[in-house]
Design a protein around this ligand. Structure first.
Ligand SMILES: Cc1cc2nc3c(=O)[nH]c(=O)nc-3n(C[C@H](O)[C@H](O)[C@H](O)COP(=O)(O)O)c2cc1C
Length: 355
């Protein structure tokens, strides 16, 4: 039995999930590349900023809604594309999708999902993005893009930081064998034939031309994921991307990067307002969300916490994870005198000197 009766924050959710999941599954989800410096830094870097509370600004009615690619979401927290939700709950992505729909947010479905992305689209009346990679086999990309559009997916998220397999030592020690997602046919196996390519990852030979090509045939907004520099934000703009997710894959690919929140301002400046900037990595508190928005993010994504929600209580667990974030965002907005997401500007925070 867990020592935590009722989870009241996302760390409690992780602690209960850790007790319930097989060790190797917990390690796969929680872990990162080599020394997990980036995993840790993503989380800790939020403490480098502090709030500047403001009072007497009528915060009786808070509005947490915002827009993403021009469409409304009820809170500025979206579900990041993560493979294999069935690792945490038998209903997997179906439970996550219902939870996202109930919470009025968007679920980005991973290329490595443990549910068929066509089946999933029919499972709830919520909003979906589809994540893919620049696959080695362009026919797969074309096929997925066409099906995604026909199925009502609203945007394509192209993950660009996974062109080479990472070194994840927890998985090596646990002899963890990750299975390919169900959306890859046998044909998809060709994607992993090139040296360095790994199942469910991108083609190591891909270049900016591939992103341009994906945008040219997608017929949907394209969001580039896994960007950590202003230079690459500019290249995303030139390739025609509509948005960028500042992300280091939750510290799961290249270790020893800065935290995502530390490079956010550089990304926002490079975007020059031409595309939307989002962020993921280490978001565990409503305060983290508000800091990211104050630094210019349009919205943020959560990765690991969705697995903790699923492991604790399936669909209800994910809803609770999002509700906890919502409650914490509300408290922060109220106490900073910011009744709307649009009012969370750069003056909401200040760089905190190290203690
Ligand atoms: C178990 C797991 C699987 C993931 N699978 C994918 C994936 O298939 N595609 C992808 O673009 N990102 C994937 N990610 C990365 C997430 O989209 C996201 O960038 C990251 O989890 C954010 O950091 P956080 O977990 O600290 O919130 C995965 C993350 C986890 C934890």
């Amino acid at each position: 039995m867990s020592t935590i009766a009722e989870p009241i924050n996302l760390f409690d959710f992780e602690a209960i999930a850790k007790e319930r999941l097989p060790t190797e599954e917990y390690d796969y989800i929680a872990g990162g590349a080599t020394d997990e410096i980036s995993v840790d830094r993503n989380r800790r870097a939020y403490a480098s900023w502090a709030f500047r509370p403001r009072v007497l600004r009528n915060v009786s009615a808070l509005d947490l809604s915002t827009t993403v690619l021009g469409t409304k979401v009820n809170l500025p927290v979206l579900i990041a594309p993560c493979g294999g939700h069935k690792k945490a709950h038998p209903e997997g992505e179906f439970a996550t999708f219902r939870a996202a729909a109930a919470s009025g947010t968007i679920f980005a479905v991973s290329a490595n999902a443990s549910a068929d992305f066509a089946e999933l689209a029919k499972a709830a009346s919520g909003r979906l993005w589809l994540q893919l990679y620049p696959f080695r086999d362009r026919e797969i990309t074309k096929d997925w893009l066409k099906r995604a559009k026909d199925l009502g997916y609203e945007a394509i998220c192209v993950t660009l930081d996974s062109q080479w397999p990472p070194k994840r030592e927890r998985n090596i020690r646990n002899n963890y064998g990750n299975r390919r997602g169900v959306n890859f046919s046998n044909r998809g196996a060709e994607n992993s034939q090139r040296r360095g390519a790994h199942p469910g990852g991108g083609d190591p030979a891909a270049t900016w031309k591939d992103l341009e090509w994906i945008k040219s045939i997608a017929g949907l907004p394209v969001v580039a994921k896994g960007i950590m520099t202003g230079e690459d934000v500019e290249l995303c703009t030139e390739a025609g991307a509509d948005g960028v997710i500042v992300s280091n894959h939750g510290g799961r690919h290249l270790d020893n990067t800065l935290a995502t929140v530390e490079v956010l301002s550089e990304a926002v400046a490079a975007a020059k307002g031409k595309l939307e900037i989002y962020l993921d990595g280490g978001i565990r508190r409503g305060a983290d969300v508000v800091k990211a928005i104050a630094l210019g993010a349009k919205a943020v994504f959560i990765g690991r916490p969705l697995f903790w929600g699923l492991a604790v209580d399936g669909e209800k667990g994910v809803i609770r994870v999002l509700d906890i974030l919502r409650e914490e965002i509300e408290i922060t907005m109220a106490k900073c005198g910011r009744p709307t997401v649009a009012s969370i500007d750069a003056t909401t925070i200040v760089k905190a000197p190290p203690l």
